[in-house]
Every structure is written in C-alpha cells, then in structure tokens.
Design a protein around this ligand. Structure first.
Ligand SMILES: Cc1cc2nc3c(=O)[nH]c(=O)nc-3n(C[C@H](O)[C@H](O)[C@H](O)COP(=O)(O)OP(=O)(O)OC[C@H]3O[C@@H](n4cnc5c(N)ncnc54)[C@H](O)[C@@H]3O)c2cc1C
Length: 384
C-alpha cells in the first residue's frame, strides 16, 4: 500500500488547509474549538462560505456542484476541514437528501431543491425513525393515503435532529399496508410549515435541545413531492443510509480534540505516567484508525462504500467517546461546573467537558448503532 501522497495531492491538501483556516469566519471556528453549541446562523454562514468556493458538496454529480474528485481528495478535504475546526456541511442536506434527489428525484424536484440544498437556503430534517422503528426501520407506521393528487400523512417521527431549524423534512411513510413491510414504503418531502405538522422538543441528558419529535395530523402533501416510485422508498432509504455511514468516523476531529486536551493539560500529563500512557494509547489507536480509513478510501475508489466503513464507524465512535471521557478526567472538578455562565473564572472547555461527554453517548447509536455495525462486520467481513 502506498501511503505517501503524490506532489499534486500534497498541493491539494495545502490548498484546503489554507482555505479552511483563512476563509471560514474565525469566531465560528473558535466556537467549535471551545466546544460551544453553534447557532443556526453560524452553521448556515459556514456552509455558505464553503459553497461559494465550491467546497460544500464536492461528492455530488458535477452538474449540481460536485467536483469529480478522487475518494482520496474527498478524504483530504474532510480531514483538513475537521482539523481547522470548520463545522461540516449539514449532513441532512449534503450527504443525505442531495445525493438522493440527484439519483431518484424528478426533474421538477431537482430544479427546485438541488441549489438551495447545497447552499443551505433550505434546511432539511431527516424523518425516518419512529418510536418502534429505529434499527428495524422497515416497521415504520406513519401512513400516507391518497386524496386526489395529494397524500394525507398521519403519524409520528422521533429523534429528529435539529428539527427546530428544519424548513423541509424528508420522510419515509407507509403507502401500502398489505405487502411485505419493506415493499410498502415511500419517500415524501414535506414542508415543515404545513398545517397539522408539529415539532416537539426532547430534552437531553446534556441539557441541550438537539432532537425532537415530529407529529403529523392529516398533513396534506402534494403528489409532486414524492421521490421516486410509489412503494419504492426502501431502495432509496438503503441508498441514503449507505451514504450516512460513510464519513461518520470523525478521525481528524478526534485527533485534534486529543491534541487540544494534551496541550491544555500538558503539565499534568507530563507529571502522571498513567495519564501519559492513556494519551499515548489513544494516539496510537487513532493512528491505526487513520491508516485503516486511508486503506478503505484506497479500496473504495470509484465504487460502492467498502464494508469496512462499519469498522470505521464502530472504532471511530468508540475513540471519540474515549477522548471525551479523558477530557472530563483532565478537567477534574471544573467539569462539574457546566451550569456556570460565561462570567465564570473556569475555562469554557473545562466547563463544557461533561456536557460534551454526555452528548457523545449518541455517537454509538445514530448512523446505525454499533451493535448493528458488529452484525454487518461479522457477516460481510468475517463471513460468520
Ligand atoms: C442523538 C440522535 C439523533 C438522531 N437523529 C435522527 C434523525 O435526525 N432522524 C432520524 O430519522 N433518526 C435519528 N436518530 C435515530 C437513530 O437512527 C436510531 O436511534 C437508531 O437507528 C437506533 O434505533 P433505536 O433508537 O430505535 O434503538 P433500537 O433499534 O430499539 O435498539 C435498541 C438496542 O438494541 C440493539 N439492537 C437493535 N437491533 C439489533 C440487532 N439486529 N442486533 C443487535 N443489536 C440490536 C441496538 O443496537 C440498541 O442497543 C437519532 C438518534 C440519536 C440518538
């Protein structure tokens, strides 16, 4: 395996590094560095800065703003973005619904949504999960029934991330209850200002409001908002979920967070051999994961996502959680002061260590839980 970057790829990496560290507003990158929750405006501003430079949706088809880069270049783009504390473009827009519309959407839907989706003029939410349909997504029960040209939608979605900001929601709905469960599902795009649609907040363990329930009571949806064929939603969902798993291991962000912790508590780490060993072990594991990520990139060039993306998801989220746990231990008693406001004498990164640790419990659940990734690894890689 060739691990040296070519001269051209090294120059490309420099170009990315230069852009991300100079063209995305510093106050946004500082907020990410400090572990602060970003506002909707900050997320939009950051993505729009990227999109203006053609860097928000490089993986899309070129006619919609894609760049036709190699997988290695996409990897370098992603790595440099994380390293520079630049918030990733909104995954619901760029990794999920954008590629789905490009592949399955009608010309009308493409014309209407591709450009605003890339530029985050439309903020998308993902309405897949339901109270009894998470890992077993095909059990979903939200119904859509024909009424003339329209659909009438009833039911409930849950865990809708940042749904409070959502303009539109892409949903999976049951359009045929009389066939095998996977065969009776369709994908509908729903305007979140539609009468009968209600977003209810879910309060989280870290005190934040990141997820919601979305309720539909006789919500009328125009027939033109169907993506693909009636009852063809499962194929689209599998396409989307495959994309969701790729890139879900934030190796560069975890490396940079570990480096920050090591730097902030340099004296303590140097004075305590057990702490130093813990840091070294995490650094080694991250290096191994980074090399695995590069190997996966090299093997999936131009093709389907490599099954090893499940290994990246599993190990990447475990390391992300381990680094957040180390940050709590390093912050010590200061990590208990999460309720203190910005007038506190304690540094923000120490006060935010515990909420961040608690928030990251989610990483091993979403994007396909880690238990489900183990099932995929056992079947497709180990052949068990
Ligand atoms: C913070 C957060 C944000 C989310 N955002 C969104 C969103 O925006 N939109 C959206 O649609 N969904 C979202 N989700 C939902 C997410 O996709 C589901 O939580 C996930 O698919 C797991 O489903 P579940 O929570 O119903 O758990 P369940 O499927 O009920 O699983 C419960 C436990 O059983 C295990 N398990 C289940 N099946 C198997 C199996 N076959 N083999 C072994 N173990 C198994 C699971 O791993 C888990 O530990 C979000 C979830 C979280 C936590």
């Amino acid at each position: 395996m060739q691990l040296e970057l070519s001269e051209e790829d090294r120059a490309f990496r420099e170009e990315m590094r230069d852009f991300f560290t100079t063209k995305v507003p510093e106050e946004i990158r500082d907020a990410v560095k400090d572990g602060q929750e970003l506002s909707k405006e900050q997320i939009v501003a950051s993505q729009q800065a990227l999109n203006a430079a053609g860097l928000a949706v490089p993986h899309w088809p070129e006619q919609y703003g894609g760049r036709g880069w190699s997988d290695l270049r996409r990897h370098l783009w992603n790595e440099e973005m994380q390293r520079a504390f630049v918030p990733a473009p909104l995954a619901f827009n760029t990794s999920m619904i954008g590629p789905v519309l490009a592949q399955f959407g009608s010309e009308e839907l493409k014309e209407r949504f591709m450009a605003p989706t890339a530029n985050l003029d439309v903020w998308w939410s993902q309405g897949f999960s339901e109270p009894d349909a998470g890992s077993d997504l095909a059990s979903l029960r939200t119904t859509a029934v024909r009424d003339g040209d329209d659909w009438i939608v009833n039911g409930q979605k849950t865990w809708t991330t940042l749904g409070q900001y959502g303009d539109w929601i892409f949903t999976l709905v049951r359009t045929n209850p009389d066939v095998k469960k996977q065969a009776g599902i369709s994908m509908l795009l729903i305007d979140m200002t539609s009468p009968g649609l209600e977003v209810r907040p879910i309060e989280l363990i870290d005190g934040g409001h990141e997820v919601n329930e979305v309720w539909f009571s006789d919500v009328r949806v125009p027939g033109a908002n169907l993506v693909g064929e009636v009852d063809g939603g499962w194929t689209i969902a599998k396409f989307l979920l495959g994309n969701e798993r790729v890139g879900v291991a934030p190796v560069a962000a975890t490396k940079r967070n570990l480096a920050l912790a090591k730097d902030r508590y340099a004296e303590r780490v140097a004075a305590d051999p057990l702490l130093a060993a813990r840091v070294a072990e995490l650094e080694n594991e991250l290096l191994a994961l980074e090399l695995t990520a590069l190997r996966v990139v090299a093997h999936s060039e131009g093709g389907e996502p490599h099954p090893a993306s499940s290994v990246l998801k599993l190990k990447g989220t475990e390391l992300q959680q381990a680094v957040s746990e180390l940050a709590v231990d390093l912050a010590g008693p200061a990590s208990l002061a999460s309720g203190a406001d910005d007038g506190s004498a304690l540094p923000g990164f120490a006060r935010r260590a515990t909420p961040t640790y608690l928030n990251l419990r989610k990483a091993s659940i979403y994007g396909g839980s880690n238990e489900v990734q183990r099932q995929i690894i056992s079947k497709t890689i180990l052949g068990l």
